[in-house]
Design a protein around this ligand. Sequence first.
Ligand code: ZN
Length: 462
Amino acid sequence: MLKIHNSLSGAKEEFKPIKAGEARMYVCGITVYDHIHLGHARMLCAFDLIQRYLRSSGLKVTYVRNITDIDDNIIERAAANGEEWSALARRFTDAMREDCAALGLDAPDLEPRATEYIDEIVVMIKTLIEKGYAYAAGNGDVMYSVRRFADYGRLSGKKIDDLRAGARVQIEDAKHDPLDFVLWKSAKPGEPSWASPWGAGRPGWHIECSAMSTSLLGCHFDLHGGWMDLKFPHHENEIAQSCAACGTPFVNVWMHNGFVRINDEKMSKSLGNFFTVRDVLRTLRDPEVLRYFLISSHYRGPINYSEAQLAQADETLLGLYRALEGASAGGRVDAAALHEFKRVMDDDFNTPEALAVLQGVARELNSAKAAKRAAAAADAAATMRAIGRMLGLLQQDPGAYLKRGAGEPQLADEHIDALVEARTAARAAKNFAEGDRIRAELAAAGILIDDKPGGVTQWRRA
Ligand SMILES: [Zn+2]
């Protein structure tokens, strides 16, 4: 029996599909204005693993993960680059897909882009206005009237009165209530826009997910996921919009994954400990090391990223491939190990325990090899491959994997020093784009840099 922690109830609940044998799942995807970072990678790996496991449990899964291809960040970044917003969004969509492929992620069944759903968004906003949940504000925006939705705050455990007490009223706002949020933003001069009954504009972020999820999965579906910070306000607002527009329940199970911390600190650009997936992958023997690391913690808890942790994941994965090396193919999967794997995964996708099961099988394989029990070794190898497939691990040829080095230094020390100095100068001149470019160049050569307090930058080979 599969149990999943539901953020709505705060408890693990038996998963009961709305339609027997099916699981319909929507995950909030990436806003494509930059390369994806470690936080994104964790979210992507967590829900990839969940959809894999649901499928391997025999459910017919429809996995939808959207792409936000229009928002303020995209418009601002494109303007700064002198690039068309749509070209920037396409470029980073392609880059995201490359990174996802490197991490061994299955492509979602459906990957809608917000700008493909403008008609559905407009229809949903019209419905919300007709039902009295939304209003056209004086400034051309359309707002959702939070006080009209009695259940507001149920997912995040927030109370409307507390939220209102903390909300700042801005004079320029055309809101009836400081908690109201935007459904349709009227276009400023020069901004990309679409026609609507309320004038030219573009959708707010929250409404796009409600429109895309209900268009593709129906008004009421099984699972909705995203990282923890989306619980409020994004997911709270999705519930308010979808339930009000559809007049039905929306999502049965809400799932949220935890943070990535870097050396026990919050990851942020301002702290200089911000890593894109590309930065990290260039330093690794194989992208599978990052995947192993990311799933080695339970998806709901925090995960701490450090060089030491990554080196440990590399070592462990090497050990698993060493075990597989030389074992002959054609073995039978061990039902007891598979049963144990299913038991721990059925407990809210407990991947740390699942990896422990995998390591137990690897130990059996090593003993069988040492005792020259070829048939037992082949069975253990088949079991490792079968469990690995469900986790997105261990599907490579062991010989080829083991030959791969951990990455050689490509730049001389003097050259690295010069690049680090050039980056410091660029940042001092507030040319952060050039600073980021140099950082990326260094990362491409396997050099990681670390900005220390007091303006000192240290570098090291990954
Ligand atoms: Zn969303």
